[in-house]
Every structure is written in structure tokens, then in C-alpha cells.
Design a protein around this ligand. Structure first.
Ligand code: FES
Length: 268
């Protein structure tokens, strides 16, 4: 039985039921699919980040988001829009300036927290299914106390989305000047989805519309808050969609850079 010391305030002790859970539906499916999906994505991203190759298509100025901005002295000069000031050691990602913040932004995201608490920590794996741990401390102690820093990682993520947007604009390039191909569609799609995910953040919603007593006195902020709130409802979907668009953009550019196939060009 849960002790009063570890039970959330106001919660009652669990009824004395011998069965682990009375649920008969496939409650384990969501945690399982989350573990598979997140593990596969992290494995792919880790391999790509430390590959240090096939991240730039010189003819069309395509740069994969996994290497943006490219800041080590190993980076191709044309792909280094912010300089090459870090040493090109194998252990240092070429986008070392941004990747840690992106990782922390996702790691502390309200949706991802729910996802990995349930699936990796089984805390709890689903509603009406017991916690996989004897104690429950919530996010009141180190290291989970750090989840409160999410609002600051939001600001970093917004700046990084601006950088990705700049990359997508620069990619409208061809050896003849302006150019447009399938790679552009993929990069723009990725950037639009990244903005949708970033703006739909719960912290963003609070920054835009929080601490106001009267919405009627702040019509612009109210409009913005209404827009963000509509996106916020889809935050979980956007979290997964952006994992997909990031992987797609990276894979497509890797394939072009490796010469597996050519870009489908519409103009130049
Ligand atoms: S809550 Fe998910 S990104 Fe902020």
C-alpha cells in the first residue's frame, strides 16, 4: 500500500484489489508504441549526428536541420553561416550550438514528459494501472525539478526555428540563381511544422496570454492567445509530426549528398 509520505496530497489509498489492474483493453499499446517510436528516432538521430558527413548539398544549398548551424572547423565553409569556431572532435556534433537546447526543449516538453514517464518509467503506464515504482515524488526534487526550466528552452527553440527558417530560404538556390525542387518543399514543410510545434508549446501559450486580468484590454494578445490555444490542442500530434519531418528532411538531404538519387527539380 502507498504510504502517506509518498502519496500525492489529497489522494486516497488504492482500494484493496488483488489484481494489478482491472483493465481488459490494450492499455499497454500506447506505452509500447511510444518506446518503439522514440527509441527508433533517437537511434537514427544519434547515428546521423555523429556521422559528420552527407549533411550539405552544395548545388542547391540544402543543409539538414541536424547540422544547423554547422559550427565546427570540420564543416564545409558554405554551410557554416555562423562561423566555424568549435574544434572538429568526433564527439562534438557539428551543430553543437543548437542540439543540446533542442534536446532539452523536447525532453522538458509537457507532452514528451507524459509520454516517457508513462512508457519508459511506467509512472504510471496508463490510467488505472499501478505505478511501476514504489514511491512517487513528482517533479519536486532534483533532477526532475529541472523540468521547470522548460519556458527558457522555449526561447532557445524559437531562435533555432528562426535559424531553420533562414536555412530553408537560402535553399532556394541553384547553380543558375533561383531554384526550386522537392528538397525545398521538404525543408519548408519541416520549418512550418517546427513553428507549429514550437508555438503550440504550453509555455508559449502562457507567455502570450498569461498574467492578464482582462483580455478585452489586450485584443492583440487575445487574438494571438486564441491562435496558440487552437494549435496547443494538437501539441501531441505536432510533437510526433515534427519528429517525422525532421527525419524526412535529414534523410532526403543525406541521400542527395551521398548521390543515391538526384533532387526532383521544378525550376532550375
Ligand atoms: S509543452 Fe511541449 S514544447 Fe512546450
Amino acid at each position: 500500500m502507498t504510504s502517506t509520505a509518498t502519496r500525492p496530497r489529497g489522494a486516497r489509498a488504492r482500494a484493496a484489489i488483488a489484481a494489478k489492474t482491472l483493465r481488459t483493453d490494450r492499455w499497454w499499446f500506447a506505452p509500447l508504441i511510444t518506446v518503439i517510436g522514440l527509441s527508433a528516432w533517437v537511434a537514427y538521430a544519434t547515428v546521423r549526428v555523429f556521422q559528420h558527413d552527407n549533411y550539405w548539398v552544395d548545388a542547391y544549398h540544402y543543409l539538414t536541420p541536424f547540422y544547423s548551424p554547422c559550427v565546427t572547423d570540420r564543416c564545409v565553409e558554405a554551410a557554416s553561416h555562423f562561423g566555424r569556431f568549435l574544434p572538429g572532435w568526433w564527439i562534438i556534433p557539428d551543430a553543437a550550438l543548437t542540439l543540446p537546447f533542442l534536446l532539452l526543449f523536447r525532453l522538458t516538453c509537457y507532452y514528451y514528459r507524459k509520454a516517457y514517464y508513462r512508457s519508459f518509467w511506467l509512472s504510471p503506464p496508463a490510467c488505472a494501472v499501478p505505478d511501476g515504482h514504489k514511491e512517487y515524488g513528482g517533479e519536486t526534487r532534483f533532477p526532475l525539478l529541472g523540468q521547470n526550466l522548460h519556458r527558457y528552452f522555449f526561447y532557445a527553440a524559437a531562435i533555432i526555428s528562426l535559424i531553420n527558417t533562414w536555412d530553408a530560404i537560402l535553399a532556394f538556390h541553384s547553380p543558375k540563381g533561383f531554384g526550386f525542387g522537392l528538397g525545398n518543399i521538404i525543408l519548408v514543410l519541416n520549418v512550418v511544422m517546427l513553428w507549429a510545434y514550437t508555438i503550440s508549446c504550453h509555455s508559449c501559450r502562457h507567455i502570450i496570454g498569461g498574467r492578464l486580468k482582462h483580455f478585452s484590454k489586450h485584443p492583440v494578445r487575445y487574438k494571438a492567445w486564441t491562435f496558440v490555444s487552437a494549435l496547443n490542442v494538437r501539441h501531441m500530434q505536432l510533437a510526433w509530426i515534427t519528429l517525422g519531418t525532421l527525419a524526412l528532411a535529414d534523410f532526403y538531404i543525406m541521400a542527395l549528398a551521398a548521390g543515391w538519387f538526384s533532387d526532383l527539380r521544378f525550376i532550375n
